[in-house]
Design a protein around this ligand. Structure first.
Ligand code: DX5
Ligand code: ZN
Length: 226
């Protein structure tokens, strides 16, 4: 495993947060020890659900959220939304390669805007999309559920895909984070880390519990034994 234990990052998905008081809930989860805010953008087109857009990202910044915001675009087309999220204060912007007609251009657009860029792979999306763009990537996100909804069950086949991607990243020597998204809990986070992930998105497992710190502490304790 190439990752330092100290480099594991926990990214609560605010899809499962309380939208009626989102700023407070995001502050609360960060105070509980989260590292990154995972921000799911769904358009009722690329995925059959509709969530939040750049105005909400900007509102979180205005509310005083300074932690990295990890914008996961589940939209098509992607380029206009990339521009909007750069202006709204995103830190990372990731998109699904099959949702963009010009993957290299979309990645470059993110980089030119001063954000960190990444691609997202659904459980059945082939890895060949990485072939010519690895050097433009700061983050590689593997979906461990099909995108569109929180609260789904972790798809086990993701572990093999993680091992494959970990090898690709290590062989490249590039500082690319390997994130996993969907069905991550304190019970399975250890084996996910052992398969090579270093960044863990978790929505319902954290926001579904009354004590966010307790869950995040359990996750960190599990990660400390990797
Ligand atoms: C699904 C989203 C995920 C989702 C994860 O399309 O990308 O980020 O919120 O939620 P849980 O952790 O509940 O599976
Ligand atoms: Zn997500």
């Amino acid at each position: 495993m190439a990752n330092l234990k100290t480099d594991f990052q926990i990214a609560p998905s605010i899809l499962a947060a309380n939208f009626a008081c989102l700023g407070e809930d995001v502050s609360k989860v960060l105070d509980a020890g989260a590292d990154i805010v995972h921000f799911d953008v769904m358009d009722n087109h690329y995925v059959p659900n509709l969530t939040i857009g750049p105005m909400v990202c900007k509102a979180l910044r205005n509310h005083g959220i300074t932690a990295p915001i990890d914008v996961h675009l589940m939209v098509t087309p992607v380029d206009h939304m990339i521009t909007e999220f750069i202006d709204a204060g995103a830190t990372y912007i990731t998109f699904h390669p099959e949702a963009s007609d010009h993957i290299d251009r979309s990645l470059q657009l993110i980089k030119d805007g001063g954000c960190k860029a990444g691609l997202v792979f659904n459980p059945a999306t082939p890895l060949h999309y990485l072939d010519h763009v690895l050097d433009k990537m700061d983050m590689l996100l593997l979906m461990s559920v099909n995108p569109g909804f929180g609260g789904q069950k972790f798809i086990k086949g993701t572990l093999d895909k993680l091992r494959q991607v970990r090898q690709i990243i290590d062989e490249s020597g590039l500082p690319i984070r390997l994130e996993v998204d969907g069905g991550v809990t304190s019970d399975n986070i250890k084996e996910i880390a052992q398969a090579g992930a270093d960044t863990f998105v978790s929505g319902s497992a954290i926001f579904g519990k009354p004590n966010y710190k307790k869950v995040i502490d359990e996750m960190r304790a599990a990660l400390a034994t990797v």
